[in-house]
Design a protein around this ligand. Structure first.
Ligand SMILES: [Cu+2]
Length: 387
């Protein structure tokens, strides 16, 4: 017998190594997850069923093919049969696939219908995608927040070791109760994103101007991770999803706690209007917000990305008229990636980031912006609208 060539044996060994290491690393690495909801289990079963049907078909078809090739080979003196338009054969190879397709369509349709049935939900969460973060709003509860990537820039730049949940961690995870039917309403502020959590078998596009629906009922408490699954621009890979699924009591407590915090934040915002901070107080606050919220586009060094995101360093806006600068951040710039931060940051935070932009990056305007300035700007804009 001929020996296997060295390159082939090496390739096979490497393949075996990758196989075993990935199996050891994660049991499910070679297959889709069974997830933690009834639907995700159904989807998994369906996937396996169809997969086995495909295997059986492959076995029969390739079996017949290889058997015929081998059995009726030319060297044995086989002579090809010549027949045309055999009605019997044609009916068989039409009817059998139709039966197989129908047999597959029945369970698939059942699962799809179940996935689309968002009726009789216990709570509703509106999910809004935007470049590049998620916004969650609990209907009828007045609880809402943004959820942003929490992995540090240093890890991304390779200056620090990567954490266990590299690029799959957020500052504010979506908190949901188990055993309750949760309806999701999904939309987008800018481009198409897609909210995807494999463990729930939920993957739905969020489309600006449209509302898509999905639902889930989680069986097991835990932390579930997902990602945006629609190429949505520069930081598409940096808008992960994290869901904390809690026991129902814990969720109710969390929600109550959240309401208290929101009330407190409102009080603080009101108090901020009366207080004037110094440049030294505003700069570090502003820098923190800039790094977390603006640097993804305008870059940490304030130089932007030519052609896509303007520089803040030496920017005519950040060194010019204050009202235009405030308006850029409060209202955004329509039709561009510069979104309105009016509902994303408090007036105090907007004042701080403005002060930072006007004095950092060698802009040195000496301007100090206060929460009250932002409040006055918003009030004035409201007044204009009312006229
Ligand atoms: Cu996205």
């Amino acid at each position: 017998m001929k020996r296997i060539p060295a390159w082939l044996s090496l390739t096979m060994k490497m393949g075996a190594m990758v196989w075993t290491s990935s199996v050891v690393a994660e049991e499910q690495a070679l297959n889709m997850t069974q997830g933690v909801t009834q639907i995700s289990g159904q989807v998994y079963e369906l996937h396996m069923l169809i997969f086995y049907i495909c295997c059986a078909i492959a076995l029969v078809v390739f079996g017949a093919m290889f058997y015929s090739i081998f059995r009726h080979r030319k060297s044995k003196g086989a002579v090809a049969a010549h027949f045309h338009e055999s009605t019997k054969v044609e009916i068989i190879w039409t009817v059998i696939p139709i039966i197989i397709l129908i047999a597959m369509a029945i369970p698939a349709t059942k699962t799809l219908v179940a996935m689309e049935d968002t009726s009789q939900s216990d709570l509703t969460v509106k999910i809004t995608g935007s470049q590049w973060k998620w916004h969650y709003s609990y209907f009828g509860e007045e609880v809402e927040f943004f959820s942003l990537l929490a992995t540090s820039q240093k890890q991304i730049d390779g200056l620090e070791a990567k954490g266990a949940h590299y690029l799959l961690e957020v500052d504010n995870p979506l908190v949901l109760p188990i055993n309750r039917k949760i309806r999701f309403l999904m939309t987008s502020d800018d481009v198409i994103h897609s909210w995807w959590v494999p463990d729930f078998a939920v993957k739905k596009d969020t489309i600006p101007g449209f509302i898509n629906e999905a639902w889930t009922r989680i069986d097991k408490p835990g932390v579930y991770r997902g990602q945006c699954a629609e190429l949505c621009g520069r930081a598409h890979g940096f808008m992960p999803i994290v869901v904390h699924a809690m026991e129902e009591d814990d969720y109710d407590n969390w929600l109550a706690e959240q309401k208290i915090q929101i009330a407190q934040a409102k009080e603080e915002a009101a108090a901020a209007l009366g207080s004037a901070l110094t440049l030294e107080e505003l700069m570090p606050m502003g820098e923190k917000i800039y790094v977390e919220r603006c640097a993804v586009c305008h870059q940490a060094n304030g130089e932007g990305i030519p052609g896509a995101f303007p520089a803040i360093k030496g920017s005519p806006v950040a060194t010019g008229d204050l009202d235009i600068h405030i308006s850029t951040i409060v209202n955004g710039v329509a039709g561009s990636a510069m979104q309105s931060f009016s509902n994303q940051l408090t007036e105090q935070e907007i004042a701080a980031v403005l002060t930072y932009q006007r004095n950092g990056f060698d802009n040195n305007t000496g301007d100090v912006v206060q929460a009250a300035d932002i409040n006055a700007f918003k009030k004035q804009a409201e007044g204009k609208e009312a006229e």
